[in-house]
Design a protein around this ligand. Sequence first.
Ligand code: ADP
Length: 263
Amino acid sequence: RGGSAEPVIPFTQPGNLTRVYAVTSGKGGVGKSSVTASLAAAMAAQGLSVGVVDADIYGFSIPRMLGVNQVPTQLDGMLVPPVAHGVKVISIGMFVEERQPVVWRGPMLHRAVQQFLTDVFWGDLDVLLLDLPPGTGDVTISVAQLLPSAEVLVVTTPQTAAAEVAERTGLIATQTHQRVVGVIENMSWLSQPDGSRIEVFGSGGGQAVSESLSQALGYEVPLLAQLPLDVALREGSDSGVPAVIAQDGQPRDDAPAAAELVA
Ligand code: ADP
């Protein structure tokens, strides 16, 4: 637009006050997207102006989790993102045929992420969350280049194998000089009716990632929260109403991760 060479990313402009968080994980299926959707909904319920970029291009799931069925509208050559639970959302899922796989190479992925940042009318956001694909692939590198000041949030399960790959993903930050704000351990336990807990995926993964990243990066990377396995959470992400928000749109008091981040 305007004939300029490089499109402008509002979040990197001087004076822009949006806090940008890239949510990452070592491998898929650990709840990275669920955490992103839940954080976004919880923050919006607390009155913040929140946007989500679904940068998990191949494995996009944010539209379903936030219950977004609409596509963006166009205004002055910009895309106006649909809003769900008070959250502005953009996803490749809004542009491809349903059930069609996205089979793109790196440059296409880079371009898509760039367009999500430059061609979408985000307005003044307090917080922008990016749901990254798992691992350290093309999109993760693109986001680090496009948004060097984005802070990184690492999601892992308690399992040793998941924690090891999560650590490697977090360590990308040493090369990109992005700040890692913390670790969220998901699927930490399953509560039994008698109050006891089953540690389905073992224990200690979140703490281990926190400790090794703190050591490698030279500053405290806290374990922000441990989220249990929860049928309501899974049902919420299938039905498009994140379990962290109650029916009346008010945050539940068991959204500790959101509270930590907002603070
Ligand atoms: P990722 O983004 O890491 O691939 P998802 O957020 O898509 O992972 O989660 C994988 C699956 O596990 C989804 O079906 C989701 O609903 C479910 N899930 C995630 N976290 C929990 C949890 N704490 N309790 C129950 N189900 C969960």
